[in-house]
Write a new protein. Sequence first.
Length: 180
Amino acid sequence: MWMVDKHGFNMINNLIVRYILQEELDDVMLEKIIALKQQHWNYTRDSHKQWIDENLYKNEFHLCVELSTGQIIAYLNVVNLEVFCNEKQTEFLGVGNVCVDKMFSGKGLGLLLIQIVDFFIRQIGKPAVLLCRKNLSEFYNKAGWHEFYGKTFLLGRLYSGGVFLNYNSDAAVFHIQRNF
């Protein structure tokens, strides 16, 4: 719920952050996640469900930010990746499907979501990669991620969107062999 503090600032009260393993995701949370994703990616409910079932493994995470009402207002997923970085295989985390409920756009929730996942990533101690639309580059730079200017291949095809890392890299080429 929205509240105004004593200084007149609008703020959201009682946010809940949940990390949910894919294998523990229940149907209610799945439907809430799909509803939020449909605001940003125009696919049917069944297509979103199929993508989640096929691309998120049981030990991978959904990160949800909810209101106290249970409404999910920000979401992303975190997966384990084997990335070939200049032909050397390296374990990475992949951050995908970053989205914020359009009713809350421009309120800082996207930045909060990235800060939360950054904390999680630092605890694990692995490098991380995030793929996005090119028009989101400014946001991810502001969030402290580093744009990768080398070539990135996703499932064997040259990826033309934005590629961001949680560290500076001098690599020339990344090969990622799965969706996330």
